[in-house]
Ligand binder design. Structure first.
Ligand SMILES: Nc1ncnc2c1ncn2[C@@H]1O[C@H](COP(=O)(O)OP(=O)(O)O)[C@@H](O)[C@H]1O
Ligand SMILES: [Mg+2]
Length: 222
């Protein structure tokens, strides 16, 4: 599924540029890619960040593993091939969101380093538009949290190929942000990410400064 089968296709360009769309949004299009074990806190942080960004007048949207598997990826399971295809599609969707000038918050275990590297590669021509957040929590703590009862099912052998129990998780080597969710509160994690975004000029310091600082910088890139 990953090798392109379509032939005789030619890109049809539009007239509204990404820079114009980003000016409309008031911020860059970029991806915050949460990765970590089940119950490490990816969805919780994606939800908290979506809210924080909304309050900051930023257009953000969550692509959550479980939710996407209800629709776009409902024909995929949890074999290594299907996990790879799951992430490949999400990486492509995240790329479309960036081009649309929207922030996407992806919350997938995304256990394979090579697949995350491929997702990042899709953004390599876009200056720092891919922010990997390692949602780090020891498997013992995740298992105690077990908000969806998944670890219990995995231990009982009801769920096969469960990351951290019966399938591997390869931690990121150089994530942009590394959060220990067993040591920090959700609020502290959210503040750390918001601080990174403001310092890196991904979003304006305050919602009110959008038109001045951010948009001024854009005019030269069009
Ligand atoms: N700092 C933290 N960040 C994220 N979640 C946390 C944190 N501290 C405790 N939690 C709790 O851990 C659980 C994480 O569950 P969830 O977000 O569904 O995980 P995932 O999406 O990674 O499978 C939630 O019950 C959440 O309240
Ligand atoms: Mg989740």
């Amino acid at each position: 599924m990953t090798d392109g089968k379509a032939t005789n296709i030619v890109w049809h360009p539009g007239r509204v540029t990404r820079a114009k769309r980003e000016r409309l949004s008031g911020h860059r299009g970029f991806t915050i890619w949460f990765t970590g074990l089940s119950a490490s806190g990816k969805s919780t942080l994606a939800v908290a960040m979506e809210e924080a960004l909304y309050e900051h007048s930023c257009h953000a949207y969550i692509l959550d593993g479980d939710n996407i598997r209800h629709g776009l990826n409902n024909n995929l399971g949890f074999s290594p091939e299907d996990r790879t295809e799951n992430i490949r599609r999400i990486a492509e969707v995240a790329k479309l969101f960036r081009d649309a000038g929207v922030i996407s918050l992806t919350a997938f275990i995304s256990p394979y380093r090579s697949v995350r590297v491929s997702a990042r590669k899709l953004a390599e021509a876009e200056h720092d538009a891919f922010i990997e957040v390692f949602v780090d929590c020891p498997v013992g703590v995740c298992e105690k949290r077990d908000p969806k009862g998944m670890y219990q099912k995995a231990r009982a052998g009801i769920i096969k190929d469960f990351t951290g129990i019966s399938a591997p998780y390869e931690p990121p080597e150089n994530p942009e942000i590394h959060l220990r969710t067993d040591q920090l509160t959700v609020r502290e994690c959210t503040q750390a990410i918001m601080g990174y975004l403001i310092e890196g000029n991904y979003i304006p310091c305050s919602p009110n400064s959008m038109q001045t600082s951010f948009c001024a910088g854009l005019s030269s890139t069009e």
